[in-house]
Design a protein around this ligand. Structure first.
Ligand SMILES: *[C@@H]1O[C@H](CO)[C@@H](O)[C@H](O)[C@H]1NC(C)=O
Length: 299
């Protein structure tokens, strides 16, 4: 018997299938840059495993300090040695992989001292990594896709001003500046809540690791489930990602084996319309563990 595609029942079934398939398609986001023994940025993108690669970190900025990149053993920013990464950024973008610059990190020296300071950091980021211009761009001429806020210290009052100023640059036309963030899973985030409530962020990857009260545990999945629900219902953002360690060694706690992610965690999050995928810390650990390869077809 032929399928009658004109029947309303068949049509609505087809539409349902299309919508369902679409809302379930997630991507993998990876942090790169904190281990000189991982592959190059170009090699990372060439694996074809990642939707977005985040270059980590601009670890010094604000409070009158000269902003400084730290890319571990990959290159020496002090002698303009990281400008060679420009070619890799172009190569990633040509393959459809977005490249972000992450500001902050676990042990940087950063702090915004005032709204004016926040605006001057935004100007610096625009001129040195985004669509503006400067004669000393640390990553060369490549225009990155946006700025990732991984703020884990310092103060919290002026990150909303920083986000607002970056969003102003984005709205001037030309290439969009994506804003993303990596808050800790306890809600609200100690440092980023003010920035995140602005509603200006495209993607938020929540760190469900090194955070026992809300990271996933098979014996008490409700802590994770409630945190995910709280985040996705309280903050207006484009998409939310589950942030996880890429191997047991990548974090103090919160590692979820790939089989457990697939059978227990993903079913809790994939039904959210705001679900975007999985963020992994980091490329060095992912390349060693094969984590993203193991989950790619299920995310
Ligand atoms: C993955 O690891 C291999 C072996 O250590 C290395 O040669 C390669 O460059 C790494 N690739 C990436 C993308 O990190």
């Amino acid at each position: 018997m032929a399928i009658n595609v004109r029947s309303p029942a068949t049509l609505s079934l087809l539409i349902f299938v299309a919508l369902f398939a679409k809302s379930n398609a997630g991507g993998i986001v990876i942090y790169w840059g904190q281990n000189g023994n991982e592959g190059t940025l170009a090699a990372t993108c060439a694996t074809g495993k990642y939707q977005i690669v985040i270059v980590a970190f601009l670890s010094t900025f604000g409070n009158g300090q000269k902003p400084q990149l730290n890319l571990a053993g990959h290159c020496n920013p002090a002698s303009n040695g990281c400008q060679k990464v420009s070619r890799d950024i172009h190569s990633c973008q040509n393959q459809g992989v977005k490249v972000m610059l992450s500001i902050g990190g676990g042990d940087g020296s950063y702090s915004l001292s005032s709204a004016d300071d926040a605006r001057s950091v935004a100007d610096y980021l625009w001129n040195n990594f985004l669509g503006g211009g400067s004669n000393s761009r640390p990553l060369g001429d490549a225009v990155l896709d946006g700025i990732d806020f991984d703020i884990e210290g310092g103060e919290s009052r002026y990150y909303a001003t920083l986000a607002t100023k970056l969003a102003e640059y984005s709205s001037r036309g030309g290439k969009k500046v994506y804003l993303t963030a990596a808050p800790q899973c306890p809600f609200p985030d100690q440092w980023l809540n003010g920035a995140l409530t602005s509603g200006l962020f495209d993607y938020i990857w929540i760190q469900f690791y090194n955070n026992p009260p809300c990271q996933y545990s098979s014996s008490n999945p409700n802590n994770f489930k409630n945190a995910w629900k709280r985040w996705t219902s309280s903050i207006k953002a484009g998409k939310f990602y589950v942030g996880l360690p890429a191997s047991k060694a990548a974090a103090g706690s919160g590692f979820v084996p790939p089989e457990v992610l697939k059978s227990q965690v993903l079913p809790l999050v994939k039904s959210s319309p705001q679900y975007g995928g999985v963020m992994l810390w980091d490329e060095f650990n992912d390349n060693n563990s094969g984590y993203s390869s193991a989950i790619k077809n299920s995310v």
